[in-house]
Design a binder for this molecule. Structure first.
Ligand SMILES: NC(=O)C1=CN([C@@H]2O[C@H](COP(=O)(O)OP(=O)(O)OC[C@H]3O[C@@H](n4cnc5c(N)ncnc54)[C@H](OP(=O)(O)O)[C@@H]3O)[C@@H](O)[C@H]2O)C=CC1
Ligand SMILES: O=C(CO)COP(=O)(O)O
Length: 343
């Protein structure tokens, strides 16, 4: 079947959805973005701004926003979900009920997390909720990318991952331009897991910063964090090589070092002694790593995979352990061989 990729529905007008929609418009596509808030739709349509999420960005006036999901989906060749992981299943159910017989869009998501309780990846949730006869393929769009930088056309390289090569190539084609370069990858398991798990380590990197630790500590956390991400990822079916790519180490680096990262900022604030509930209440945007820490911790227990950093962060977030005590316990662990614990 020929995959047409001209008309795109973007679900979610937060930081990432709105910037991705703007790229597509600038790339000459027809885009309708869905938001659940009428005042935001009016702001996007009339002022071409999105003050809460990206106060400096002026959106292309051709970008149409709507609160009507049916309108956004009408005739869409591609449906892009860019909402928090916890909202994916309910939105996918709504989308499924509105897709007309004969509709066959490529389903893309740009979200980074695992579902709580089921521990499912986002593409698995989408596959469960959107009938296979109503979709052309499921693609995860992922990699080191902050909305704030993409908004100002800084250089960004990311990955469109799918089992179905044609669907990944469709997504690659619609997004590629002189500042946004997209690779394809068939290991959607590794891509989605790398994207989800790096947020846990970013919380830790932020906490180290907030506590005043130096670059040695941050490099150590990222390296050993990547080892345990890969360990769990491989146990869940990922190709280990994916973790040294854009969606693995690439995204880990950017999220653990950028002031734009909400996960890093949340960790930094924790390190400075703020309460988790206050940090969540004040961020005004999703901090995916908090839920993902729980999901990864539970998965690691189930699969009996050693994930000392994830466990330490879980204890801090969910059991009220002092960060300094968690660090001291990590440092006191028995000496190990690096080769035997790389992943
Ligand atoms: N920001 C970034 O640079 C990047 C983000 N991502 C990932 O993209 C996903 C979305 O992130 P981002 O755009 O940054 O998040 P934001 O917090 O900036 O925006 C979230 C968007 O989702 C909407 N939303 C929240 N809850 C629901 C719900 N229950 N039902 C429907 N819509 C909902 C929000 O609507 P409302 O405004 O009404 O609350 C808002 O439009 C995350 O998984 C994130 O990890 C990936 C790469 C880069
Ligand atoms: O995924 C991201 C960067 O690639 C965005 O990270 P945060 O959600 O921490 O802002």
């Amino acid at each position: 079947m020929v995959v047409l990729c001209e008309k795109i529905a973007v679900i979610g007008a937060g930081s990432w959805g709105s910037v991705l929609a703007n790229i597509l418009i600038l790339n000459g596509k027809q885009v309708c973005i869905w938001s659940r808030r009428q005042e935001q739709v009016e702001e996007l349509n009339n002022l071409h701004t999105n003050e809460h999420y990206l106060p400096k960005l002026k959106y292309d006036p051709r970008l149409e926003a709507t609160t009507s999901l049916a309108r956004a989906l009408a005739g869409a060749d591609v449906i892009l979900f860019a909402i928090p992981t916890k909202a994916i299943r309910a939105m996918a159910q709504q989308v499924a009920t509105l897709l007309k017989a004969g509709a066959h869009p490529v389903i893309v998501h740009a979200s980074k997390g695992l579902e709580l309780k089921t521990h499912k990846r986002i593409s698995e949730i989408l596959a469960e909720e959107i009938p296979s006869e109503n979709r052309a393929g499921i693609v995860a769009l992922s990699g080191p990318s902050h909305a704030e930088e993409v908004a100002r056309h800084d250089l960004t390289l990311i990955t469109a991952a799918a089992k179905d090569k044609k669907a990944a190539q469709c997504v690659q084609k619609i997004f590629m331009n002189e500042y946004f370069r997209v690779y394809t990858n068939s290991d959607i398991i590794g891509v989605e897991l790398g994207a989800a798990f790096k947020n846990i380590i970013a919380l830790g990197a932020g906490a180290l910063h907030g506590l005043g630790y130096g670059d040695d500590a941050k490099a150590a956390l990222m390296t050993r964090g990547l080892a345990e991400i890969a360990r769990l990822g491989v146990a869940l079916g990922a190709d280990p090589m994916t973790f040294i790519g854009l969606t693995g180490v690439g995204d880990l680096i950017v999220t653990c070092t950028s002031v734009h990262s909400r996960n890093w900022r949340a960790g930094d604030q924790l390190g400075r002694g703020q309460k988790l509930a206050d940090i969540v209440a004040n961020m005004g945007m999703v901090i995916e790593g908090i839920n993902t820490t729980k999901a990864a911790y539970e998965l690691a227990q189930q699969k009996q995979i050693e994930m000392p950093i994830t466990e330490a962060i879980y204890e801090v977030l969910y059991q009220g352990k002092e960060i300094k005590a968690a660090i001291a316990d990590l440092m006191k662990r028995e000496g190990r061989s690096e080769e035997e614990t790389n992943y």
